[in-house]
Design a protein around this ligand. Structure first.
Ligand code: SF4
Ligand code: SF4
Length: 404
């Protein structure tokens, strides 16, 4: 495991343990710490050990300097922004390390910076095929195991707690938010499409998802081992990187369209294009947690007042103040509506039987799912790619000649 991956893992787990502790869940905090330290000791991985020590020191400093942040006593919006920016920073560093590794491979040098396996999260098709191999053949891929782990982890977040991956973790969503704000600086108007255009546009992402699922589900089970052992799969990550750094005209036009869409409409990419968002949106229907409006406390029903602060805060344009339970596949569990509501008990992210998750609780849940499972996968040997450096040096020289 590379140092950036280890550091992100340990910082996230240490922070989750801190939030658990200050929420009164002391046994949960202790279990998280024991698991993290045991993983570092069992694996004897120096990056993990060093990252554990750095996480402990960072958390101690944070507790002294910003106690309210360490305890998670921040407003939901600050907590979400902090988590999202730190994860984006981590992904940026991972991208730089991946690029440096690929550059050395391309030059025929044995890289002194290892490839960060978490980059396989950008191979959802490979991850889907690997999960299919596990389920149908009991075959555990050793080329890009992290792709299957990360896909499973992201899907689990959708199943358990709507789409916090989109609202709290996705670096593309964050980039889109900045693009939208930049556009608003120069052109103030909102360009909201009418419902009859919005709905078909929203279906675009489901079309893309169908195409991806067609590739994964349509691959005959018998040909999966051949694919997983093939050279294309071994360098799928490099192929993906090459696709982004040497785009053709069609790709450039698509990029331009996506950038324009993100600037034109808030969350335009998530709402209309992202197939990951589509899959999470579908899974989120099964999530026990939903934004629920309690009519006994909501100012509209309890006091007969007119209020739509929740709706106005919603970046997904959901009419929160007119519904009791927000089932929409567009809800990213961002909690902006809950933050905007003047009545504490009126709006909550909760289960049907009233078990509410605060912003702090959601942060804990998200961090534990996103980081504990990869850590366990790493310790059990299903994380690091087994493709040798010599193979990758050879394959990167023949990148353009290698097809499916
Ligand atoms: S309904 Fe609330 S939690 Fe869902 S996207 Fe809108 S503001 Fe965010
Ligand atoms: S902001 Fe709160 S009080 Fe106002 S309509 Fe929404 S849920 Fe009701």
């Amino acid at each position: 495991m590379s140092f950036i991956e280890s550091l992100t893992l340990m910082l996230a787990l240490a922070y989750a343990a801190s939030l658990l502790y200050w929420s009164g869940q002391k046994s949960g905090a202790l279990t998280t710490i024991i698991l993290a330290i045991s993983a570092a000791v069992i694996s004897l991985s120096w990056p993990l050990m060093l990252a554990t020590a750095i996480a402990a020191v960072s958390l101690t400093l944070l507790t002294k300097l910003r106690p309210e942040a360490a305890k998670g006593e921040l407003r939901a919006n600050q907590l979400r922004d902090g988590v999202q920016h730190l994860l984006a920073l981590s992904m940026l560093l991972v991208g730089i390390q991946f690029a440096a590794n690929a550059f050395m491979l391309n030059a025929g040098i044995t890289p002194w910076l290892m490839r960060p396996d978490v980059g396989d999260a950008f191979l959802p098709i490979a991850g889907g095929i690997e999960i299919k191999a596990i389920l149908t053949l009991g075959l555990w891929d050793q080329t890009h195991p992290a792709a299957a782990v990360m896909l499973a982890v992201v899907l689990l977040t959708g199943l358990l707690c709507k789409r916090p991956f989109c609202g709290w973790a996705c670096p593309l969503g964050l980039a889109g938010e900045y693009l939208y704000k930049l556009r608003k600086r120069f052109i103030k108007s909102e360009f909201m499409p009418p419902a009859w255009i919005d709905w078909p546009l929203r279906m675009l992402k489901y079309l893309l998802l169908t195409a991806l699922l067609f590739i994964i589900l349509g691959m005959p089970v018998a040909s999966i081992p051949h694919y997983l052992e093939g050279n294309y799969h071994k360098i799928a990550d490099l192929k993906m990187a090459l696709f982004f750094i040497t785009p053709g005209m069609v790709t450039l036009v698509c990029f331009g369209f996506i950038l324009g869409l993100s600037a034109w409409r808030r969350q335009g990419f998530c709402r209309y294009i992202c197939p990951y968002g589509a899959l999470l949106g579908l899974l989120s229907f099964l999530s026990p947690f939903k934004i629920r409006r309690n009519t006994q406390h909501c100012l509209i029903d309890s006091k007969g007042m007119s209020c739509d602060k929740c709706t106005r805060a919603c970046p997904a344009n959901i009419s929160v103040h007119t519904q009791k339970n927000i089932r929409s596949d567009e809800c990213q569990a961002c909690m902006r509506c809950v933050s905007a509501c003047p009545k504490r008990e009126a709006l909550q992210f909760s289960t049907r039987n009233g078990w509410a998750l605060s912003a702090r609780g959601l942060t804990i849940m998200l961090l534990l799912i996103l980081f504990l499972i990869p850590l366990m996968a790493y310790v059990s040997g299903f994380w690091h790619s087994q493709t040798s450096v010599q193979d990758r040096i050879y394959l990167i020289q023949h990148l353009n000649a290698i097809g499916h």
